[in-house]
Design a protein around this ligand. Sequence first.
Ligand code: ZN
Length: 313
Amino acid sequence: MLKLIACLSLAALPFGACSSQDTEKTPEAPPAKLRVLMLDGQNNHDWRKTTVATKATLEACGRFTVDVATSPAGRDAQEEWADWNPEFAKYDVVFSNYNDGGQCLWSEKTKQDLVDYVSGGGGLVIVHAANNSSGDWLEYNKMIAVGGWGGRTPQHGSHLRRVDGKWTTDPAPTEVSGSHGRQLEFVVESAGVPHPILEGVPDRWMHSTDELYDSLRGPCENVTVLASAYAPRSKRHEPVIMTIAYGEGRVFHTPLGHVGSDVPVHCVGFQTIVARGTEWAATGAVTLPVPKGFPSEDKISVIPPAKVVWKAE
Ligand code: ZN
C-alpha cells in the first residue's frame, strides 16, 4: 500500500520516474516460462503415459509451459503426414517422445524445419525410445549422437566407450546396434565433466527400475557424456546423460525413461535431469535447483511429479 501511495504522489512526473525510485523492495519478477513443444504419436512404448509423466514434471517445476504435437496415427496416412508440420520456431525447446521405429515418416519440409531450428540455435530433448527413431535420417542421428535399433547397423556409426575413465568411440563392426538386459535399479555415475545440468547433483545416485540401453550407435559428433551406468548385459558403462552440439543448437539426450509403469519416470533423479536438461537445451543455463528427495547412492526415490518439491535441500 505504501508503495502505491508513493507512486500516486509522483503521478505528475514523467513516465518511468515512479518505477525508477520505488522498485528497490519489489521482489524480482520470476523469469518468463520457457515454451516446450513435446512430440509424440508414434512409439513402441506407451507414449501417452510418457507424455503425461514428463509433461507433468516440466509443468510442476514451474519453469515451463508445454504444448504437445501428436503426429498422425499410422504409416498409411499419407495426406496427414504431408500436413503435419509443427511450428518448432515458436518454441524455446522441442522435446521428443516420438519413435517412428526407424523409417522417418515426416515430410521433407518438416525434417528440414527441425534441422534449421536446431542448427539455428534451438534446443532439442531426446528421451528413451526417441533415440530408436529415424535410423535412416542422417541429420537426426547427428543431433542425437547415438541411437539404437531402427535399422541401424555398424555402417551407421560407432559405439561410445568408456576407456580408462575417458569417453571415446569404437566402430565395433561385429556388434549389435542397440540392446538391453532385464529392467533393474542401477547407479548413475557422473563422468566428472563440469556442466550446469549436473551442478549440485550427487556424483552417484540410484535410479529406480528402468531399462538400460546398451550398444547404441551413431555419428558420435560433438557429444559429451555427462553420466553413465554399468550395464550387466554389455558388461560396460553405457551413456545415460549426454549433450550434443549441433550447429548453434543444444541437444540433451537421455536413454533413460522406459515406461511400462511410472516408476522410472517418477524417479526424482530422472525428473531432475529431464527438467534441468530441458532448461539447458532451451537456454544454455540452469536455474532449477536439485529438488528435495533426490535419491542417494544406495536408495531410490520415486515421487509423483505434482508432489516433488523444487527447492534446494
Ligand atoms: Zn524401453
